[in-house]
Design a protein around this ligand. Structure first.
Ligand SMILES: Cc1cc2nc3c(=O)[nH]c(=O)nc-3n(C[C@H](O)[C@H](O)[C@H](O)COP(=O)(O)OP(=O)(O)OC[C@H]3O[C@@H](n4cnc5c(N)ncnc54)[C@H](O)[C@@H]3O)c2cc1C
Ligand SMILES: *[C@@H]1O[C@H](CO)[C@@H](O)[C@H](O)[C@H]1NC(C)=O
Ligand SMILES: *[C@@H]1O[C@H](CO)[C@@H](O)[C@H](O)[C@H]1NC(C)=O
Ligand SMILES: *[C@@H]1O[C@H](CO)[C@@H](O)[C@H](O)[C@H]1NC(C)=O
Ligand SMILES: *[C@@H]1O[C@H](CO)[C@@H](O)[C@H](O)[C@H]1NC(C)=O
Ligand SMILES: *[C@@H]1O[C@H](CO)[C@@H](O)[C@H](O)[C@H]1NC(C)=O
Ligand SMILES: *[C@@H]1O[C@H](CO)[C@@H](O)[C@H](O)[C@H]1NC(C)=O
Ligand SMILES: *[C@@H]1O[C@H](CO)[C@@H](O)[C@H](O)[C@H]1NC(C)=O
Ligand SMILES: *[C@@H]1O[C@H](CO)[C@@H](O)[C@H](O)[C@H]1NC(C)=O
Ligand SMILES: *[C@@H]1O[C@H](CO)[C@@H](O)[C@H](O)[C@H]1NC(C)=O
Length: 597
């Protein structure tokens, strides 16, 4: 271990480092002389259950003479596998967050394709971290970080779309291996003893590192469903950023958001205490942890969720495509089709439909498509009755616009429902084996679209979204049960309660793209952000799937809950240890989040 630390740290020690740390307005980084000494780290090591980890960008394995750091074939074969990615502390699901851009324009990065000719560098990946397995590991690491004024990042799966689980020079607390899961037929929240009506039923308690595929399987084993993130490989964390930001799901319109289903958290705060927060004790913290932003109040060590009876769901699938030669604008039938879908969105929501429509306006094959997978708990007959009119509309559009402009062909590829099935069969058989959405450089822009906006001006909504090339996710995960909850019952952005749809778009770029083009892509994300803000002024955006370029992050992500959340943050994080991009309290820090402004 000492050998390892020597190589990793290799830094000058200064006797005055502690004094420096105390007077500085800035965090102490691994590149600074105030970084703790090997002896300091050796003392911390004695308090930890595992050896320190030394995260590296996994692609380093492809750069001789560093090849002993890993297996390049393995890296290249698994690059797009989100589960593999989550297993590597130095990897982000969107690898652009592993890079670091210096003010002189140099990009420090480590690309999976070494032959592109860029040297491999550490970028924004912290050089040292703790492989936390217990709350005690986290307490020790936090106490140490406060004492030495370190910049801390909490990393779970690395799915964060704003790069919040990485920071150059930081000390990483890696929660991925906290995998405990337990199911409770009856569950008495801590502090509720003696409150006769407080006992809860069918609760699943999961550790900080549990991912959705694991939480789903534990829930299915009890013939129960749980509100989670159904994604390829089920790799999103179920107790980290997802619940911290509020957690959306195709089941949310039936059972509420993640924030509405969490009944208890355990958490280590920056004072080193391990607290239990629920409706009976630390209820203010409990309120904030349900949607008030991940990585802001402390390090969550477990979450307990309400589970639900397994129900049958009708699934509707649809796909229509135009093989256009002209992708500078949406082709006419696609525009008509999408506008109709936006028009009927409130009707579909009221009739129990939820899910994941997608508009693709520019593709390598010049195809423009609108497609969706939606679920509904109604009977098959009733579900058909509310979706069939849209299918009929699409088919009639195809019949009347068989040849649009210059040989373009509008085709309904697929439109229909299948017999009701258990959510678990849909999730395990359709979603989990699906195509990965990770491994590419991406930045996102998004907005919550209020029901009222869709009712009042669906044409404007459709036109605005059709202008956000190359693709728009029109995610129908609000309305229904989400809208019935008291907006002030949890810290999550009250805009969720008014919304029916969470729309997201963005830009991707390939490895090796020059900085000028990356900057241009970011400018387009900024333009999308502004266009979506203008479309739905006064609404908000989802903290977890959003851009860094909002005009007013406090209002956008937290609305009227901001001041209360800030008070709670100040109470439980008196050391301001937990600062993340756009998070509560982050406005007191500079863009690097390393120095107070
Ligand atoms: C492919 C993909 C699919 C997605 N699907 C959905 C979806 O269906 N629904 C949805 O709502 N969102 C979805 N998301 C967004 C997802 O909710 C966020 O990326 C979320 O931040 C992931 O949390 P994590 O803990 O897995 O990731 P990480 O990147 O490891 O962490 C995210 C943030 O949470 C903090 N954090 C992590 N663990 C803890 C902890 N124990 N205590 C305190 N803070 C912690 C981190 O510091 C960071 O700020 C998706 C993202 C991707 C990339
Ligand atoms: C490297 O990874 C590949 C793909 O996972 C595997 O087939 C191979 O055996 C690995 N090589 C070594 C030396 O571990
Ligand atoms: C830019 O700055 C970084 C960090 O100081 C340095 O390593 C790099 O060489 C510089 N690049 C150029 C082109 O000056
Ligand atoms: C790496 O990039 C080169 C040059 O663009 C390309 O020819 C090669 O196929 C790429 N290799 C991999 C593994 O992606
Ligand atoms: C995980 O569960 C095991 C077995 O129940 C228990 O011994 C251990 O303390 C738990 N670990 C944590 C971190 O809760
Ligand atoms: C961390 O600090 C807290 C509060 O002072 C204390 O209770 C705990 O024992 C400390 N833990 C370690 C491992 O230092
Ligand atoms: C549950 O008990 C608490 C405290 O005794 C009481 O305030 C509350 O009204 C009760 N709730 C219900 C639904 O009975
Ligand atoms: C592509 O479509 C746009 C908008 O309809 C139109 O202005 C433009 O002339 C078209 N380009 C070609 C090459 O047809
Ligand atoms: C679209 O598909 C039709 C039918 O296959 C074909 O005739 C037409 O040439 C295609 N148009 C374009 C622009 O590729
Ligand atoms: C519902 O519609 C599908 C086609 O979309 C059809 O196969 C099925 O028979 C219909 N079910 C009922 C109960 O009408």
């Amino acid at each position: 271990m000492a050998q390892l630390l020597l190589t990793v740290l290799g830094l000058v020690q200064l006797d005055a480092r502690l004094a420096y740390a105390k007077i500085s307005n800035c965090r102490c980084l691994s590149t600074d002389s105030c970084w703790p000494s090997q002896q300091d780290f050796a003392i911390l090591q004695t308090q930890l259950s595992q050896p320190f980890i030394t995260p590296i960008p996994p692609a380093a394995a492809c750069y001789p003479p560093d090849a002993p750091l890993g297996n390049c074939t393995d890296v290249q074969q698994n690059w797009f596998d989100p589960a593999w990615s989550a297993d590597h502390p130095g990897q982000m699901q969107a690898p652009n967050w592993e890079t670091f851009i210096f003010s002189n324009g140099t990009i420090e990065q480590c690309l999976k394709n070494a032959t592109l000719g860029f040297p491999c560098g550490q970028g924004s990946v912290p050089v040292l971290g703790v492989d936390a397995r217990t709350p005690e590991d986290i307490q020790a690491a936090i106490n140490f970080s406060v004492q030495h004024n370190l910049r801390v990042v909490v990393k779970n799966t690395g799915h964060d779309f704003l790069g919040r689980s990485m920071a150059r020079g930081a000390f990483m607390l890696w929660t991925h291996n906290m995998k405990n899961i337990s199911y409770h037929d009856t569950f008495t929240p801590t502090g509720a003893l003696g409150t006769s009506n407080a006992t809860l039923k069918h609760i699943l308690t999961i550790g900080a590192g549990v991912q959705w595929h694991e939480a789903y399987d534990a829930s299915y084993a009890q013939d129960r469903d749980i509100v989670g993130a159904p994604t390829a490989k089920g790799s999103v964390g179920s107790a980290g950023g997802w619940i911290g930001g509020g957690g959306h799901s195709v089941l949310a319109p039936t059972f509420g958001l993640g924030a509405d289903n969490a009944v208890q958290f355990t958490i280590v705060t920056s004072t080193g205490e391990h607290l239990t927060a629920n409706n009976h004790q630390h209820s203010d913290l409990f309120w904030a942890l349900r949607g008030g932003g991940g990585g802001t109040y402390g390090i969550v060590t477990s979450v307990s969720y309400q589970t639900h009876p397994a129900e049958l769901y009708v699934r509707a699938s649809f796909s229509a495509t135009v093989n256009t030669t002209n992708t500078t604008a949406p082709s006419a039938p696609l525009k008509a089709l999408f506008t109709e879908f936006v028009r009927i969105t409130p009707f579909l929501s009221d009739n129990g439909w939820a899910g994941y429509p997608q508009l693709t306006l520019a593709s390598p094959t010049n195809e423009q498509t609108f497609s969706f997978v939606l679920l509904n708990t109604h009977s098959w007959t009733d579900a058909n009755a509310t979706i069939d009119p849209f299918f009929d509309y699409a088919r009639s559009l195809a019949a009347t616009t068989s040849s649009v402009q210059g040989g373009d062909q509008f085709t309904v590829v697929n439109a229909g429902t299948v017999a009701p099935q258990l959510f678990r069969d849909f999730e395990r058989q359709v979603v989990r084996p699906g195509e990965s959405e990770t491994g590419v450089n991406i930045e996102v822009a998004s907005r919550l679209l209020p029901r009222k906006l869709l009712e009042d001006d669906y044409v404007k909504v459709a036109d605005t979204l059709l202008a956000q090339s190359p693709a728009v996710s029109y995610i129908m995960v609000a309305g229904g049960a989400v809208a019935k909850v008291d907006p002030d019952s949890a810290g999550i952005n009250p805009a969720w309660r008014e919304a029916l749809v969470h729309v997201a778009t963005g830009q991707t770029w390939v490895d090796g793209t020059p900085l000028t083009e990356i900057v241009a892509a970011k400018e387009r994300v900024k333009a999308y952000t502004l266009a979506l803000e203008n479309l739905a002024p006064g609404s908000g955006s989802y903290f977890n799937e959003a851009s860094l370029y909002c005009t007013d992050p406090k209002q956008t992500f937290f609305g009227s809950h901001y001041e209360k959340l800030l008070d709670i943050k100040k109470t439980y994080d008196p050391h301001d240890l937990f600062i993340v991009a756009e998070g509560v309290g982050s406005e007191e820090w500079d863009a690097s989040l390393n120095c107070r402004v």
